[in-house]
Design a protein around this ligand. Structure first.
Ligand SMILES: NC(=O)c1ccc[n+]([C@@H]2O[C@H](COP(=O)([O-])OP(=O)(O)OC[C@H]3O[C@@H](n4cnc5c(N)ncnc54)[C@H](OP(=O)(O)O)[C@@H]3O)[C@@H](O)[C@H]2O)c1
Length: 311
């Protein structure tokens, strides 16, 4: 188990975004997703990540419904501050009064009395960050949320917030092909009791090797993502090939190696891979049994850089 604030969580969580948003343009299957969430709890996963913008709104409702009878077994992580005004257009709102209102709405959608981990999804350039962060601190002292955090912040921004009020967790992208925060936010967090929640730890699926020939339907976020263009995907396949050869040696899958690497970056790091598929969930949980040697880590730390910006 690992720690976020005063909460104990499983090292691997479950990211619920793709069950309702970005990867589901042709429709959701909430019944199947509820079964995946329920099975994840059976398998020992206690951390479930969502946000109000996922859907929008329907992902929090889905998670709330899925955990209703098992509330005591799970830690709910949610986020606010990003608003989808029309499909594909997301704006930001960090005004304190908005954050308070968003939290009340999230509590009601999730059907819970307290949100275990509440994070600012994106910084609003029009609102001083410390004003936004003050609202999170107030929500915490009011008992509406337990741990509080930030997503996609720089080290300077993290330090400034932490000086005003302790930051329990930073949720940012971390995977074998996205290492931007490794030597900054993640390293500093390890020394200052700030957990790191690694999102898209499977490189939005690419690092599992499943997308070698993939084309994504219109509306899937990856259809227009720079790392998934035909040229970039062909270039980035070299990363997956190297990960696959390590996985073959360890008799596991490339996705499991990708997750084990994320968890090996620090004892304060948790990973929240997303899946809608039961077999993928079971495979991903298997990453907890993968032990990477110093030689494996060295090879994984020296993979080629990816082609294409991450957004
Ligand atoms: N804070 C932020 O700004 C932010 C941004 C993005 C994501 N997140 C959070 O992080 C979570 C995870 O990120 P993510 O979903 O973007 O990316 P990810 O976990 O790296 O990858 C998810 C994709 O990989 C596929 N996949 C998962 N396991 C697989 C397996 N074993 N074999 C083959 N394919 C597999 C999934 O498809 P299937 O459904 O078919 O398995 C899905 O399309 C999200 O759910 C969300 O909670 C946060």
């Amino acid at each position: 188990m690992r720690t976020i604030g005063d909460l104990e969580v499983s090292p691997l969580g479950l990211g619920c975004m793709g069950m309702s948003w970005l990867y589901t343009p042709s429709g959701r299957d909430d019944q199947a997703s509820i079964k995946v969430i329920d099975r994840a709890i059976d398998l020992g996963i206690t951390l479930f990540d969502t946000a109000d913008v996922y859907g929008p709104f329907t992902n929090e409702e889905l998670l709330g419904k899925a955990i209703r009878r098992r509330r005591d077994e799970v830690v709910i992580s949610s986020k606010c501050g990003a608003i989808e005004v029309e499909p594909g257009t997301v704006i930001r709102n960090g005004r304190p009064e908005y954050i308070k209102q968003a939290c009340n709405a999230a509590l009601s959608r999730l059907g819970v009395e307290v949100i275990d981990i509440y994070q600012l999804h994106r910084l609003d350039p029009d609102v001083p960050l410390l004003e936004t962060w003050g609202a999170f601190a107030e929500l915490q002292s009011e008992g509406k949320v337990k741990a509080i955090g930030l997503s996609e912040v720089s080290l300077d921004q993290l330090q400034a917030c932490n000086e005003q009020h302790h930051v329990d967790v930073v949720q940012s992208e971390l995977s074998l092909w996205t290492r931007d925060h490794l030597d900054t936010v993640l390293a500093w967090g390890g020394e200052n009791d700030v957990a790191f929640m690694a999102y898209s730890p499977l490189g939005r699926g690419f690092l599992t090797g499943a997308y070698k020939q993939a084309t994504f339907e219109a509306g899937d976020f990856r259809a227009s993502n720079p790392r998934f263009t035909e040229e970039a995907a062909a270039h980035n396949q070299a990363i997956v090939d190297s990960v696959t050869s390590i996985a073959d040696w360890l008799e596991c899958t490339p996705g499991q190696v990708a997750l084990a690497w994320v968890l090996a970056t620090g004892p304060h790091v948790v990973a929240i891979p997303g899946t809608r598929a039961m077999n993928h969930l079971i495979e991903n949980v298997g990453a907890l049994s993968v032990n990477l040697s110093a030689t494996d880590m060295s090879a994984l730390n020296n993979l080629p850089a990816p082609m294409g910006a991450r957004y």
